[in-house]
Design a protein around this ligand. Structure first.
Ligand code: DQA
Length: 147
């Protein structure tokens, strides 16, 4: 069974009530449930984790190096734009990395236009809301089926 780690960065625990006009009305639990269901239908395994702490996200990436995880789907939230440490951790992970943003960060403030994580990501999805996570998982599954 192929294993995917889904990482959600700071403030994403507030989804549904946090600036819903930007981030939508779905909760993090709604998003994770959809991903769990889609993965299970395809015989894949998902572990989802949200943290407001950079080190917790980094530790989870380190653990993914050792436990057979084949890919990471990550919305680093504000750490996207600040965290060299998260980039370094992802650089030490050998599997696929897909970066997801609910909003189209390129349409927003200039400080959101730069992503450290994009320097490592195999794919980047922005602006599709929660569907971005589903698209990321589908792409991983289809790519694995083809190889
Ligand atoms: C975000 C975009 C980031 O700029 C922001 O800090 C977030 C969420 C998104 O999903 O659109 O917290 O990653």
């Amino acid at each position: 069974m192929k294993k995917v780690l889904v990482l959600h960065g700071p403030n994403l625990n507030l989804l549904g009530t946090r600036e819903p006009e930007i981030y939508g009305y779905e909760t993090l639990e709604d998003i994770n449930t959809t991903l769990y269901e889609k993965a299970a239908l395809n015989g894949w395994d998902i572990k989802a984790l949200q943290s407001n702490h950079e080190g917790v996200l980094i530790d989870a990436i380190h653990a993914a190096r050792e436990d057979g995880t084949v890919a990471i789907i990550i919305n680093p939230a504000a750490y996207t734009h600040t965290s060299v440490a998260l980039l370094d951790a992802l650089n030490a992970f050998a599997g696929k990395v897909i970066e997801v943003h609910l909003s189209n960060v390129h349409k927003r403030e200039a400080f959101r236009h730069h992503s450290y994580v994009s320097l490592r990501a195999d794919g980047v999805i922005a602006g599709l809301g929660s569907q971005g996570y589903v698209a990321a998982l589908e792409a991983l599954i289809r790519t694995a089926e083809r190889s």
